[in-house]
Ligand binder design. Structure first.
Ligand SMILES: [Fe+2]
Ligand SMILES: [Fe+2]
Length: 188
């Protein structure tokens, strides 16, 4: 298994859910009711697939190895920047969750906070994924030793197997399909 290729493929699934998120926000802007169930699924997907499953491999395996092997500048500037963006994403999702709760409780003005945080998250993640696909991952592929890349593949394989036993990949791929189908039906 090539861990970097696997993570690039995970980005594609994440981007599909970001597209759904944007469509839901445009719907709210155009006067549609807030689809609480779809947003609940998006938050579940973001926290457990994009963050725990995907960012977990970056933070605990790939970025960790890059920081150890490629020097202080890589650790302090590039990797720190990536980790800060993961953290900012978590804040946007927490804000989104709070805004959904407010709207559910009758605060219609909080719709603007749903849109603001969902779009901020989508834009952040699109830019973040672009940097990883075209710069960070390629740099890792070219600069890390063969042994380190093999070690990364091995650790990621273990994590993938653990997740597979919990049916994580299956559950969240199905959720991404469901979200696309739902929004496709709502917004033709
Ligand atoms: Fe990342
Ligand atoms: Fe990533």
């Amino acid at each position: 298994m090539n861990a970097i290729q696997l993570m690039i493929d995970e980005h594609k699934v994440i981007k599909r859910v970001l597209t759904v998120t944007r469509k839901l926000c445009i719907g709210i802007l155009n006067g549609s009711p807030v689809h609480f169930d779809a947003f609940r699924d998006i938050i579940d997907f973001v926290r457990n697939y994009a963050d725990k499953h995907h960012h977990g491999k970056e933070e605990d395996v790939l970025f960790k190895k890059m920081s150890e092997e490629l020097g202080e500048k890589m650790a302090n500037v590039t990797i720190f920047g990536m980790l800060a963006e993961h953290e900012l994403g978590r804040l946007f999702i927490l804000n989104l969750e709070n805004a959904l709760e407010k709207v559910k409780n009758g605060d219609q003005d909080a719709k603007v906070d749903i849109i603001a945080n969902a779009i901020a998250y989508s834009d952040l993640l699109h830019r973040h994924i672009d940097k990883e696909d075209h710069a960070i991952y390629m740099y890792a592929q070219n600069k890390l030793s063969k042994e380190s890349l093999e070690r990364i593949d091995e650790k990621c394989r273990e994590l993938e197997n653990e997740a597979y036993n919990k049916k994580i990949q299956e559950k969240y791929l199905r959720l991404a399909n469901k979200l696309e189908n739902q929004t496709g039906q709502i917004y033709q």
